[in-house]
Design a protein around this ligand. Structure first.
Ligand code: 5GP
Length: 115
């Protein structure tokens, strides 16, 4: 086993984070370096390294990540103005932490295409 990622430690409560949602399967917390007025990361408690590592048995958990992301966006008050959900997979996308996470970004106008 490799070293535990920072996000697994957050999910286990071993290091602090500004948690905005947690249940038995999913944890959501504020990004330490926010790229928008609202920037929250939604992660599964169980390690899925990245979306490319997910399998057919992960469908319910992946769906739950999106539903929690939607709920968090509503609670942050960005559901009407709009928000973006981002999953970075691999080096070209800028994936930095090897524990699947959905970015919830909102509270400002965003450009398309992304940089
Ligand atoms: P990635 O580039 O892997 O898609 O996104 C990783 C995100 O995790 C980045 O936006 C980064 O700011 C955030 N991050 C990295 N380390 C920590 C940490 O220790 N705590 C929190 N809350 N966010 C972190």
């Amino acid at each position: 086993m490799g070293e535990e990622s920072i996000f697994l430690k957050i999910a286990k409560g071993e290091i602090p984070a500004k948690i905005v949602h947690q249940d038995d399967e999913v944890v959501a917390f504020r990004d330490i370096s926010p790229q928008a007025p609202v920037h929250i990361l939604v992660i599964p408690r169980r390690v899925i390294v990245r979306i490319d590592a997910a399998g057919p048995g992960d469908g319910d958990l992946l769906g739950k990540l999106l539903l929690v992301a939607r709920e968090v966006a509503r609670r942050e008050g960005i559901d009407k103005t709009g928000y973006r959900l981002v999953i970075n997979n691999g080096p070209d996308a800028g994936e930095a932490v090897p524990h699947l996470h959905v970015h919830v970004l909102g509270g400002r106008k965003m450009a398309w295409p992304p940089g």
